[in-house]
Write a protein that binds this ligand. Structure first.
Ligand SMILES: Cc1cc2nc3c(=O)[nH]c(=O)nc-3n(C[C@H](O)[C@H](O)[C@H](O)COP(=O)(O)OP(=O)(O)OC[C@H]3O[C@@H](n4cnc5c(N)ncnc54)[C@H](O)[C@@H]3O)c2cc1C
Length: 335
């Protein structure tokens, strides 16, 4: 696994791409070392502490995380998790330097990251934590890892997952997996606050991609996403999926070859108020594995409901689902 590295970065571009999304591009002296893995590449953003300090002395420190944790609250820069939406090389950018792009959801002043994004300016400084090309091995921070056998990909999430879902669709399309003898089909759902938040996503009009943007309007989180996923991903769909590759992705089949050390049918409920719902399995190279793969991310109670539907009610093989309930309504991300 490539080590995560701290990058001193500066804001070079700010664009309000919709009422709820602000796109911010960052550059920095060593940003060309960024080992952007695409898909749902995770990025940590550290903004100034309450005392106005940035942790530049952590750059290059091996145990930066331990040092960061030990800082007194006043001096501790808030650290929040985002998705690298794009990595653009210098020759592709107007300012002539490599840049990493993040699409931030603006949800008011309730959290330090959302507050920061509402006030940021060109030249503002942050510290980004991401995979470094200086390390050896596979990049870290990517959870989208369908088994080699997967032919139908289901993606679902709220606005915080929109950058990852669009990147995943684009990367699958660019890899050529939507073409060929055994092409992949993608069914994706993204719930956003408003209809004006439906964002451009390359390849969304490909015949093998069906992407539904769902405006929540005055409804609660999940009020558009949950019924859409439940009405679409039914036992019939999972059964068709099992036929597609002549091997089952549904429970109660004796033909499933278990090649990872987990019980695919061992389902545990997670108390999203005291634990993080993060149920992600390692990738499998097996071509005889499940032919459906689902990646679901967003507000924890919504993800929990979808996990229950897919795994407990429909019996979907846990090896073929990644569930990430990474933010919880009414609670701050720790850090
Ligand atoms: C792997 C991963 C990838 C992510 N990718 C992205 C991304 O690309 N873009 C993005 O915007 N977010 C993304 N998120 C979610 C983001 O980390 C959280 O929304 C985070 O809580 C924001 O921090 P904050 O400081 O603004 O709020 P916090 O201090 O964490 O929370 C303060 C309050 O705001 C509420 N809150 C937090 N997020 C939201 C929200 N989106 N809408 C409404 N209320 C909210 C909390 O419930 C809490 O009450 C990702 C999270 C993970 C784990």
């Amino acid at each position: 696994m490539a080590p995560y590295h701290l990058f001193h970065a500066t804001v070079v571009r700010i664009e309000d791409i919709s009422p709820s999304f602000r796109r911010v591009a960052f550059t920095g002296e060593d940003i060309s070392d960024w080992a952007h893995g695409g898909r749902d590449q995770r990025v940590k953003v550290l903004t100034r502490s309450a005392a106005g300090t940035l942790p530049l002395d952590l750059l290059g420190e091996a145990d930066w995380y331990g040092t960061w944790r030990a800082l007194p609250d006043e001096e501790k820069p808030p650290m929040r998790t985002y998705t690298g939406r794009e990595f653009n090389f210098a020759h592709e950018t107007a300012h002539g330097a490599d840049e990493i792009v993040i699409d931030f959801v603006r949800h008011g002043d309730h959290g330090p990251a959302s507050r920061w994004v509402g006030q940021t300016f060109i030249g503002d400084e942050v510290v980004l934590v991401g995979p470094s090309a200086r390390g050896a091995g596979r990049e870290g921070g990517i959870e989208f890892a369908p088994p080699a056998s997967a032919r139908r990909i289901i993606l679902a999430g709220d606005e915080t997952a929109a950058p990852a879902i669009c990147s995943i669709i684009e990367d699958i399309a660019r890899s050529g997996a939507l073409e060929g003898l055994q092409p992949v089909d993608i069914r994706a759902f993204i719930e956003v606050p408003h209809d004006q938040d439906f964002l451009p996503c390359a390849f969304a009009d490909h015949p093998r991609v069906k992407l539904s943007w769902l405006g929540r309007g005055d409804g609660e989180h999940g009020s558009a996403l949950s019924p859409a996923v439940k009405n679409t991903v039914t036992s019939r769909v999972l059964h068709e999926c099992s036929i597609m590759c002549e091997s089952s992705c549904i429970a109660h089949s004796d033909s499933v070859q278990i090649d990872v050390a987990i019980d695919p049918f061992d389902f545990t409920e997670v108390d999203v108020d005291s634990e993080i719902l993060w149920d992600v399995q390692p990738p499998s190279d097996s071509v005889d594995g499940p032919s459906c793969y689902a990646w679901i991310a967003g507000e924890a109670s919504v993800v929990k409901g979808l996990r229950r539907h897919l795994v407990s009610e429909l019996g979907m093989d846990r090896r073929s689902v990644a569930f990430m309930g990474y933010w919880r309504e009414g609670r701050s991300e720790i850090g």
